[in-house]
Design a protein around this ligand. Sequence first.
Ligand code: ATP
Length: 252
Amino acid sequence: MASDNATDYLLELDDVQAGYGRAALVLRGLTVKVPPATVVCLVGPNGAGKSTVLKVASGMLTPRSGTIRVAGKDVTKNSPQQMLAAGLSHVLQGHSVFKEMTVEENVRLGAYSVKDKGEVNDRIDFVKTLFPVVAERWGALAGALSGGQQKQVEFARSLMVSPQVVLLDEPSMGLDPKATGTVFEQVVRMRDAGTAVLLVEQNARRALETADLGCVLDLGKVHISGPADELLRDPQLAELYLGGRPAAAPTT
Ligand SMILES: Nc1ncnc2c1ncn2[C@@H]1O[C@H](COP(=O)(O)OP(=O)(O)OP(=O)(O)O)[C@@H](O)[C@H]1O
C-alpha cells in the first residue's frame, strides 16, 4: 500500500510536533526522511526549527507527537544514549572539541561506548583515512588546530560509533570560505564512505550545492522538498530563502 516502505530510509521523522517546555510548538507536523548514502539538508529562516529537528532526532528533545524511526525501528521515546546506540550521532552547533586534549583523545572519546578494542582500532584507521588532517595532527593539542580542522576532528569523533546517520548542525558556523569549502567536501566524503547525513545550515545555497536532497523549513514544517539541485534552480525559492538573490538559471 505505502510506497514509503520504512526500510527504504535510515531515518524518518514522521508528522513530528515538538517544542520547549510550555512554549508554543516549534515543529508543527514535520516529516523528513533520510535514505541511505544521502546528504539531506534542512534550510530555512532563523528560528524555523532546523536545530530543533536535530535535537529531536538525537533524543535531546522528546516529541509531543509523531514518530521517529531508525531503519524502520520506532525510537521515538529514546534517550540521547539510546539514539546514539540506535545509530544517530549528533555533531552540535559551534565547536565542541576539547582544546586541551589531543586530537587522538578527542577522537577516542567518540568510542567510549564501544567495548571491542579491535573495533575501535578499525574505526580509528577509517577516520584517519577519511580525514587526513586527523591522521597528520593525531598527537597535537586540538586547540592548536584551525576551526575547520577542529570541525573535522568532531566529524571523526562522531563516526567512531559507526552511525547510520550523522546529524550535523551548522558545520560552517564561524569558518572562513576556504575552511567552509573543505568542511563541505568532508561531508560528501562521509556520504561516499557510506554514512548518511542530515545537515542543518544557515548557508542555504552552499548546503544545497553539497546535498543530494533538500528540505526547506518554515514555521516548523517542511515547506518544500526535493532534489537539492532542483531547489537551487527554483526562482521563487531563491527569492524567499536563498538570500533574495536570483536563481542561478542559465542566462544564455
Ligand atoms: N532550549 C530552548 N528553549 C526554549 N526555546 C528554544 C530553545 N532552543 C530553541 N528555542 C526556540 O525554538 C525556535 C526554533 O529554534 P531553532 O534553533 O530550532 O531554529 P533554527 O531554524 O535552527 O534557527 P537558527 O538558524 O537561528 O539557528 C526559536 O524560536 C528558538 O527561540
